[in-house]
Design a protein around this ligand. Structure first.
Ligand SMILES: O=C(O)c1ccccc1N[C@@H]1O[C@H](COP(=O)(O)O)[C@@H](O)[C@H]1O
Length: 209
């Protein structure tokens, strides 16, 4: 088994370099004003200059306007779009760019329905539901709600850290894991040791499989 790793919510060049050096497969940049991890267009341009070939740069949006996404794509070379709000499939698919859809899980059957609705996505990300926040809450959800049958690559997120990721990968067997808060010193500021520990744990559990 191999699980890819996405480190999300990067705001500093040093954090980008640390994640790349530790072997991250994808890096996430948050374009959502209310988030403490939100970056401006100019910041994103600078950060993505440090993302090398074969590491994906992912833009995270929450209910953006079409203009916002198009403007950003005109200036920032994103490889993949991550929609973390209530976007419909048609909205996500209109940008001629690969995309993944996040589902904030709170009830059974929700993930199965999302696999149908977002069938043209490049992956389905499952995260914890929270009444006040769209994501990045550091909370896990009930993994029993994740079905065995997965028509799309499944990306597990929500409350992961080096303490629980090996258990999570072994149990859920996702295509990839996505982490933000679990590798931070404080919101928006990553910790290179935590990033390293997290990725090592994923690689360790995948190797022993
Ligand atoms: O990181 C944020 O601030 C954020 C804001 C709005 C939507 C999603 C956000 N982050 C994503 O949330 C999940 C889980 O994060 P955590 O590991 O529990 O902190 C992850 O996909 C982040 O990319």
């Amino acid at each position: 088994m191999r699980a890819r790793v996405k480190i999300c919510g990067l705001t500093r060049v040093d954090d980008v370099k640390a994640a790349v050096d530790c072997g991250a497969d994808a890096l996430g940049f948050v374009f959502y004003g209310p988030s403490p991890r939100s970056v401006s267009l100019a910041q994103a341009e600078e950060l993505i200059r440090h993302v090398p070939a074969f590491v994906s740069a992912v833009g995270l949006f929450v209910n953006p306007s079409e203009t916002e996404v198009r403007e950003l794509l005109g200036r920032v070379p994103l490889d993949l779009l991550q929609f973390h709000g209530d976007e419909a499939a048609g909205f996500c698919a209109q940008f001629n760019r690969r995309w993944i859809k996040a589902v904030r899980v709170r009830e059974s059957g929700q993930i199965e329905r999302a696999f149908d609705e977002y069938e043209h996505a490049s992956g389905l990300l499952v995260d914890a539901w929270d009444p006040d926040h769209y994501g990045g809450t550091g909370q896990a959800f009930n993994w029993d709600l994740i079905p065995e049958n997965r028509p799309l690559p499944l990306i597990l997120a929500g409350g992961l850290s080096s303490d629980n990721v090996s258990f999570a990968v072994d149990r859920v067997r996702p295509w990839a894991v996505d982490v933000s808060g679990g590798v931070e010193r404080c919101k928006g500021i990553k910790d290179s040791q935590k990033i390293s520990d997290f990725i090592k744990e994923v690689h360790r559990v995948c190797k022993t499989d």
